[in-house]
Design a binder for this molecule. Structure first.
Ligand code: ARG
Ligand code: ZN
Length: 874
């Protein structure tokens, strides 16, 4: 059934406290829940109580200690109804029996490598006991865990440890109490035989907090970076947002089977181990950056998500958009702000823009859903963060901070809404955000068109702006949004002109606010024609349609004081050329890269004033998927692949010696360090290596092999392996074998081995993936492994996923059907890789459609996959 925002009703009953007694057993865990229930004043006395369940078996039910007559309640796997509960507050005791080992959905209580763990967001708690499983029911939890001490020496739940003790038969127990009222989705427990890595933190007000990271034995020495990131996050949230931690202990547990990245359960964060474990041998610089960001993200949820949570799941962006914004800011402060911004915008454009342009488009705050798990999307998370970022741009640093402070003050302890969030900013900063709120309501990426005209007689520079959102499913028309455009007019010497605020436009400092469908802005006293640098820092999540001459783009690439727009200018130049070359390639005509592009790339390489990581990013060609998105319709993936390969070859061969110099002489000195500066050096050296060692060049590939065998860190080793494999170097099989021998016992490192092969360009990829599905190390029940092989193939190998004979689509569709039986969330996520199918050429889109129809024809499809396939075909 469809759930609609407009149908929201407050709960009829509240649950003030929850006492859980969990008697752990691999296949028969007994959960005794005692809930203190209270009828709401608006609820007529005697109204039935309806509690959510999911695959539950009820074995006992009591009210105020008295067993309930069979006629007084109805229980099935999905729901418990108590027909006439007491009018006054009462205790409801429920006993359910669940089977963690049989829980392959990884929602609720399950086991990962023998460790009991939980995932309750969004609706997993109802797989543990019957409950009002909705985020606006806040309760104080006390959790007692009981298990054999030998199997489960570690027993954890939310909050502070209250009591432990020994029992008969080698069993023991622990009681945890969480004083902060919370919704059920933040509940967690963990039990198992885990190693503990401990540290401590003293808050700004002087309170000591014990910090622990729990991992499988033998992995303790890979927790250092995560612990360091946690301490830096805690300090940063105090310094930048004035937010302190509020329990005696903060626990993190790493598990190897996890549907998503990590989960912010109060005081007990549970992580996919790929976002915890790192050492130079096994983690890339990207992994280190991801760990830092995800640890911070989950920690920051303690205020934005836990202390203040969501009224209903439509408000998901209230916690996710804001928390992503906060983790982005943290990483920017820890590293290079410009590099972080470029990385975030690349992610937004590669993941969120296609989502917003296809059948799965939805507003940052959706209005309707069938399965909430399908709304943990790039739109809710990443576009949601961009909306918060725009708020900061519009209100200024102080107005933004004041609004956020008011929000924390006013709503602490509540489950609230986007309206309440915006109202805090309106009040604290004295702003009217009614039109701005459209960012939460409207789906689709606005296209901003900018045209300019210089009048040499009147010395005026006129900027004509317009905005529109192309139609998306369920939204034919749209209203003008408030779009902050950071800009500069650059004079011939490369300096920004100091122009007066023009008439008829709202300009605050270097930000111009476009809030109408069309708007003309005229700058006076402009002595010579300037070059317009628009959307600096990517100040709004829009597609900018601005024609710049190649000469102007080259100027911006070399001169813009805004590093983001320098990067953007290089990318725009390359993209235009790639589109031109793709059209030639698709007609089997000769194509070569234009001289402008080659020159700009060489200049960037040599520009030592630029951050190394930024240079590496600027020298990275737009991906095949980016090019497909730019072309938009009748996409021919093979032509895109050909054009991109030619551009790499032309740039590389024209500046061979320069690339060689950077490829071989630029590594950071001394022992490995994961810091941003060293990572930047490695990134630039490896990028240069990819231009120096071109496919078919034996000497170049020898250099890559050398790098592979002599590397002292995973970043260099994996970069070399990827080049050898993707370029079909003669050493590729030896390299794959050596890598496998080295890492066969390390699953995170082996994920990279699977991923590297799944993304091999060229017609062999489908066969490679099929063969790897039969590999002894392939495990279709482990989400990370499935994503490494199948998700990377479907999204990271667009040419072969969209193979002209349909074999790529078929492989993914079959896999979705197979996985869906066990783990609907992993299956439906994989299925979203079809989302841009209508943009493909007619033959390919017909094949994609028939693969989707095959999935749709399966009658036992999960609600998750049914929802995605229906919307994708719609
Ligand atoms: N709240 C988590 C985070 O962003 C994500 C959990 C999503 N889980 C799910 N099953 N949908 O940090
Ligand atoms: Zn989150």
């Amino acid at each position: 059934p469809a759930i609609r925002l407009e149908d929201y009703q407050p709960p009829a009953y509240r649950i003030d406290t929850v006492h859980l007694n969990v008697d752990l057993d691999p296949s028969a865990t007994r959960v005794t829940a005692t809930l203190k229930l209270r009828r709401q004043p608006e609820t007529p006395a005697g109204s039935p109580l309806l509690l959510d369940g999911d695959e539950l078996t009820l074995t006992e039910i009591r009210i105020n200690g008295n067993p309930l007559a069979e006629t007084a309640f109805k229980a099935d796997a999905q729901q418990l109804e108590v027909s006439a509960p007491p009018a006054e507050p009462f205790d409801l005791t429920l006993v359910t029996e669940i089977n963690p080992d049989a829980n392959t959905k990884l929602m609720g209580l399950y086991r990962s490598s023998g460790t009991y763990c939980t995932q309750c967001e969004a609706e997993g708690f109802r797989r543990i006991t019957y409950f009002l499983d909705r985020p606006d029911v806040l309760s104080v939890y006390t959790t007692r865990l009981e298990a054999p001490k030998k199997d489960c020496p570690v027993l954890l739940a939310n909050g502070n440890l209250a009591e432990t003790g020994e029992l008969d038969d080698g069993r023991h127990f622990a009681v945890w109490h969480d004083p902060h009222p919370k919704p059920a989705y933040l509940f967690a427990l963990v039990a198992g035989n885990l190693a503990e890595v401990s540290d401590s933190f003293t808050t700004a007000s002087g309170k000591g907090v014990a910090l622990n990271i729990y991992v499988e034995h033998g992995k303790e020495d890979r927790c250092g970076w995560a612990m360091d990131s946690l301490k830096r996050s805690m300090r940063w949230d105090e310094e930048v947002f004035g937010r302190e931690y509020d329990l005696d202990v903060f626990n993190i547990v790493a598990v190897s089977d996890f549907n998503m990245g990590a989960m912010e359960n109060k005081g007990l964060n549970i992580f996919n181990d790929k976002y915890v474990l790192a050492d130079p041998e096994t983690a890339t610089d990207q992994d280190y950056a991801n760990i830092e960001a995800v640890i911070a993200h989950e920690y920051f949820h303690n205020w934005t998500g836990n202390r203040i949570t969501c009224r209903d799941w439509f408000q998901l962006c209230l916690k996710e958009g804001l928390t992503v914004f906060r983790d982005q800011e943290f990483s920017s402060d820890m590293r290079s702000r410009a590099v972080k911004r470029i990385a975030d915008v690349r992610l937004l454009k590669s993941h969120q823009f296609p989502e917003d342009a296809g059948p799965l488009a939805h507003p940052v705050r959706p209005k309707i859903y069938h399965e909430i798990n399908n709304f943990y999307t790039a739109t809710v998370y990443e576009k949601g963060a961009e909306v918060v970022r725009m708020l900061k741009t519009l209100l200024g640093d102080e107005g933004f901070r004041a609004g956020l402070d008011l929000y924390f003050d006013r709503h602490d302890g509540e489950a609230t809404t986007i309206e309440a969030f915006l109202a805090s900013f309106e009040e604290a900063a004295g702003a009217d955000l009614s039109q701005f709120a459209l960012w939460y309501e409207q789906a689709g990426t606005p296209i901003v068109t900018a045209e300019t005209e210089y009048d040499p007689d009147r010395k005026t520079f006129t900027l004509s702006l317009s905005q529109e959102i192309p139609p998306v499913p369920g939204q034919k028309t749209s209203r003008a949004a408030v779009i902050p455009l950071r800009f500069g007019l650059i004079g011939p010497n490369g300096e920004d002109l100091d122009v007066a605020a023009p008439e008829g436009a709202i300009v605050a400092g270097d930000v111009l606010i476009l809030d109408k469908a069309h708007q003309d802005v005229t700058f006076e006293n402009v002595a010579a024609p300037p070059v317009l640098s628009l959307l600096r820092g990517f100040s709004a999540p829009v597609r900018l349609n601005q024609h710049l001459e190649p000469r102007d783009l080259a100027f911006l690439a070399a001169q813009d004081k805004d590093p983001f727009n320098r990067w953007q200018a290089v990318q725009t130049l390359a993209m235009r050329d790639l589109v031109r070359m793709t059209h030639l390639c698709s007609q089997d005509q000769p194509a070569t890269c234009s001289k402008d592009v080659i020159d700009v790339f060489a200049a960037i390489l040599e520009d030592a004033a630029l951050d190394d990581a930024l240079r590496a990013l600027a020298l990275t060609l737009p991906s095949e998927a980016d090019i497909a998105q730019e072309i938009g319709k009748d996409v021919d993936p093979d032509a895109i692949h050909a054009a991109r390969s030619i551009m790499r070859r032309d740039i590389g061969s024209e500046h061979k010696t320069a690339f060689q110099r950077f490829a071989t002489g630029f590594a950071p000195e001394g022992p490995f360090s994961p810091d941003a500066a060293s990572a930047g050096k490695r990134a630039l050296a490896n990028r240069a290596l990819s231009y120096f060692a071109l496919p078919g060049d034996a000497a170049g590939q020898d250099t890559v092999w050398q790098r592979f065998t002599s590397a002292d860190n995973m970043t260099d080793r994996l970069a070399a392996l990827t080049l050898l494999v993707h370029d079909g170097a003669p050493q590729k099989d030896d390299a794959l074998e050596a890598y496998r021998d080295r890492y066969k016992d390390n699953s995170l490192a082996m994920d990279k081995w699977f991923m590297t092969q799944a993304t091999t360009p060229g017609p062999k990829a489908v066969d490679i993936v099929i063969a790897l599905m039969g590999h002894p190390l392939y495990d279709a029940t482990n989400p990370n492994r499935v994503r490494a092989l199948l998700q990377s193939f479907a999204t990271g190998n667009p040419t072969q996923f969209a193979r002209a004979d349909g074999a790529g689509f078929e492989l993914v569709a079959e896999s979705v059907l197979e996985i869906d039986k066990r783990n609907p969330q992993v299956a439906s996520r994989l299925l979203t890789s079809f989302r841009s199918w209508r943009a493909l050429d007619p033959q390919r889109s017909a094949l994609a459609e028939s693969a989707l129809l095959r999935v749709s024809a399966c009658e036992e499809l999960s609600r998750d996959s049914r929802d995605i396939v229906d919307r994708t075909l719609q």
